[in-house]
Design a binder for this molecule. Structure first.
Ligand SMILES: [Zn+2]
Length: 206
C-alpha cells in the first residue's frame, strides 16, 4: 500500500472549501467526498460533518504555512495532527494466495480514519519530497491547494483553467481611459455674484 497516496485525501478535503460553494455544507456533501473510498465507509452524522470541517481548517493551515515558506509551522501542525489521529497498521491479505501487506485499521469514526490517513499521507510525501511541495493556487479568487510534482518545483496554479485565465488577464492590454468630447464648463451660480472690477469708477463714483 502506498501511504503517500493518502495525501490526496488531505487535498480533496481542503478543496471542498471552494469560495464558490462549500462542498461540506451538508451531509450529502460529506457523503460525496467519501464516495468511492472503501476504507472510509460508514454512517455519518452532523457531528462527523463538524469534525470534518475542523479537520479541513487544520489541513489548510498546513498548506498555507508551507506555501508561505514557514515549514516549521507546517510540520509542527502536521505532527500535532499525527498525534491526535494515530494510525494503526495491520498485516492483511486481500484474498487467498495474495501476499501479506500493510493495511490501516478501519476502526474508529469516519473523521478519525480520514484524519489519520490524510495526515500520514502528507507526512510521507513531505518526508520524501519536501514541505515546499505544498502549494496554494495563486489565481485571483482561487485558494485550492495542490502537491507540486514538477521537476523544477514551479507549479503555481491548481489547474490548467486557473493558469490559463491568469495568463489571459496578464496578457490583456491595459484598459484605455474613455475618450469623451470636451464640453463647455457649466456656468456656476456664483458667477453672477462675482464683483466687477472697478465698478465704482464705471458708476461715476457714487
Ligand atoms: Zn486555482
Amino acid at each position: 500500500m502506498d501511504l503517500a497516496s493518502y495525501a490526496d485525501l488531505a487535498i480533496d478535503l481542503v478543496n471542498t472549501g471552494d469560495p464558490a460553494g462549500d462542498g461540506l455544507r451538508d451531509l450529502d456533501g460529506l457523503r460525496a467526498l467519501l464516495d468511492g473510498r472503501p476504507h472510509l465507509g460508514g454512517r455519518v452524522g452532523h457531528r462527523d460533518l463538524d469534525c470534518m470541517r475542523a479537520l479541513r481548517a487544520q489541513l489548510r493551515a498546513i498548506f498555507t504555512a508551507a506555501c508561505a515558506g514557514d515549514e516549521e509551522t507546517a510540520v509542527e501542525r502536521l505532527n500535532s495532527l499525527l498525534i491526535q489521529h494515530p494510525i494503526h497498521p495491520q498485516l492483511a491479505r486481500c484474498g487467498d494466495g495474495t501476499a501479506w501487506h500493510v493495511h490501516l485499521n478501519e476502526g474508529g469514526s469516519v473523521p478519525d480514519r480520514y484524519a489519520a490517513r490524510a495526515a500520514m499521507g502528507l507526512a510521507v510525501r513531505i518526508g520524501e519530497q519536501g514541505a515546499d511541495r505544498l502549494g496554494v493556487c495563486r489565481a485571483d479568487g482561487c485558494d485550492r491547494v495542490f502537491f507540486d510534482t514538477t521537476v523544477g518545483r514551479s507549479r503555481r496554479y491548481c489547474s490548467d483553467h486557473c493558469a490559463r485565465r491568469t495568463g489571459v488577464a496578464a496578457a490583456a492590454p491595459p484598459a484605455r481611459p474613455r475618450v469623451t468630447e470636451s464640453l463647455p464648463s457649466p456656468r456656476l451660480p456664483h458667477d453672477d455674484a462675482r464683483p466687477v472690477p472697478n465698478s465704482a469708477s464705471r458708476d461715476g463714483g457714487q
